[in-house]
Design a protein around this ligand. Structure first.
Ligand code: PMP
Length: 363
């Protein structure tokens, strides 16, 4: 094994994505949207298919314009990528790797690395990219109540967090985010994969903070996890750095079908709002029913809940749910092992989950 592998490849511990089961299950394990995308997506994709002979626009300008309109920013402040995972990876390369000017990874005049701060419980891809790009991370412990410790997140040479946080589902308020951004020397990356299901967004702050990059995805709010489109909203200068890195790696990360489908979804804002509202309603229903079963959840601003299980333990409940045909996610970390992360599906799916839980807990 590993014959012919580069030293780099040998050194990596990759991210493990949630399972995509072959058999039919109630799939509440990867925070996909419970509803199909806007019908306009399929129309746009099939129209775009007629032009597949050609390369796509390398900078996805038409899609950037639609996203800019949607958020009330300028198109030059938008950068599109092949899913927000790719956007985040490019942020590491463009802003964190090896240090950069006042965004530096190093204390001036010394060889001591200054670290990029991130909460100790967060999206588990962040440490994987840190290893890949050789970026020193400082893990800032969450507070006792699992919220992000705002004061301790200040003062890094860079900063990355998910808001709402994953897998905890708790969101920081905009003033708290602003405090961290102000007190970060380099670039502050705010991953808003789940922000559409809550109230807080840092996007308006982009006009004021030249060191802020807000990362978004169409995978959750726009039901397009399979299309792979994510984007960054940031100052033009940061967008230029991202384009430079992209064009040094892959000029066409967002293919023509994805550009067309994503633009159609973004322009159908009413459809997206309706599905998000349905999920937010189902979330409130699910949390209420879980509490009736004696299962507590952290306050959620996302399309999933983080529910606590002590007896039987979360890992056992995970296994028992699987036997009932319900797939959720369990994380083995010290502070996460007593919880299950449960995606909010349709009302019918949540009822199947709830009756399975009733059976498991009453045994
Ligand atoms: N950020 C967070 C916090 C996530 O949970 C996910 C989904 N795994 C992503 C980013 C990546 O989403 P995508 O690549 O589908 O845009």
């Amino acid at each position: 094994m590993k014959e012919f592998w580069s030293e780099k490849a040998k050194s990596l511990t990759p991210y493990t994505a949630g399972e995509q089961p072959k058999e039919k299950m109630v799939k509440l394990n990867t925070n996909e949207n419970a509803y199909p995308p806007s019908p306009r997506v399929a129309e746009a994709v099939s129209r775009a298919a007629e032009s597949l002979r050609l390369y796509p626009d390398p900078d996805a300008r038409s899609l950037c314009e639609a996203i800019a309109e949607y958020h009330g920013v300028r198109p030059e402040q938008v950068f599109c990528a092949n899913g927000s995972d790719e956007a985040l990876a490019l942020c590491y390369a463009a802003f964190f790797q090896g240090g950069a000017g006042n965004a530096g990874g190093w204390f001036p005049g010394t060889s001591t690395p200054r670290k990029v701060k991130t909460p100790d419980v967060g999206y588990s891809f962040y440490p994987v990219w840190a290893e890949f790009f050789g970026v020193p991370l400082e893990f800032v412990p969450l507070k006792e109540d699992y919220s992000v410790d705002v004061d301790k997140m200040c003062g890094g040479s860079g900063m990355i967090l998910a808001n709402p946080n994953a897998p905890t589902s708790i969101a920081l308020s905009v003033p708290n985010l602003e405090k961290i951004i102000q007190k970060t020397d380099g670039v502050a990356v705010v991953d808003e994969a789940y922000a559409s299901f809550g109230r807080a967004t840092a996007i308006p702050l982009v006009q004021r903070y030249r060191n802020l990059a807000v990362v978004r995805t169409l995978s959750k709010s726009h039901s397009l996890a399979g299309l792979r489109v994510g984007y960054v909203v940031a100052d033009e200068n940061l967008v230029a750095a991202l384009r430079t890195v992209k064009d040094s790696f892959n000029s066409y990360p967002v293919d023509m079908l994805a550009q067309a489908g994503a633009e159609a979804a973004i322009r159908d804002a009413d459809y997206c709002r309706e599905t998000v509202e349905k999920i937010v309603e189902t979330r409130a229903y699910t949390i209420g029913e879980l509490w009736k079963l004696g299962i507590s959840t952290l306050p959620s601003d996302a399309n999933f809940v983080f529910a606590r299980f002590d007896d039987p333990p979360a890992e056992a409940v995970f296994g028992a749910l699987r036997k009932h045909g319900v797939l959720v996610r369990w994380f083995s970390g010290k502070r996460t092992r007593n919880f299950l992360r449960i995606t909010i599906g349709t009302r019918e799916e949540m009822d199947i989950l709830l009756s399975a839980l009733k059976e498991i807990l009453c045994k």
